[in-house]
Structures are given as structure tokens and as C-alpha cells.
Write a new protein. Structure first.
Length: 63
């Protein structure tokens, strides 16, 4: 089953904030696929931290 960036966004809506490993577990996909989906989601994703400590959340508009 192919996973889309929409499904990644749904997981982040549920979790609020997540490590790559959390996304891998929830979506049953590899780290490389998580990276591709994060890139495809573009500006909707906010990255916190660097390297292994990077966490991801959705960027929410202020207005």
C-alpha cells in the first residue's frame, strides 16, 4: 500500500508532534519514505531540532 503525504499530515494532526521513528511506526514505512513524504508536504510541516533529535509538527496559520 502506498502512503501519501496526506496520511502523514493526518498522523501529525493526531499526535501533534513526532519524531521520524514515530511516523515510521504509525505508517509502517521506512525512514527514506518518511523523508520523501515530509519533503512532499512542504511548508505544511514545521521541523524542530537537528539530526536525530528532529521532531515534526504541522505548521498552523496564525490567522
Amino acid at each position: 500500500m502506498a502512503v501519501s503525504s496526506t496520511q502523514l499530515v493526518e498522523v501529525l494532526e493526531r499526535r501533534g508532534i513526532a519524531y521520524s521513528s514515530d511516523l515510521q511506526s504509525d505508517l509502517h514505512i521506512s525512514q527514506a519514505t518518511v523523508s520523501r513524504l515530509l519533503k512532499a508536504a512542504g511548508r505544511r510541516i514545521y521541523r524542530l531540532g537537528k539530526g536525530r533529535n528532529t521532531r515534526y509538527s504541522l505548521l498552523h496559520p496564525l490567522f
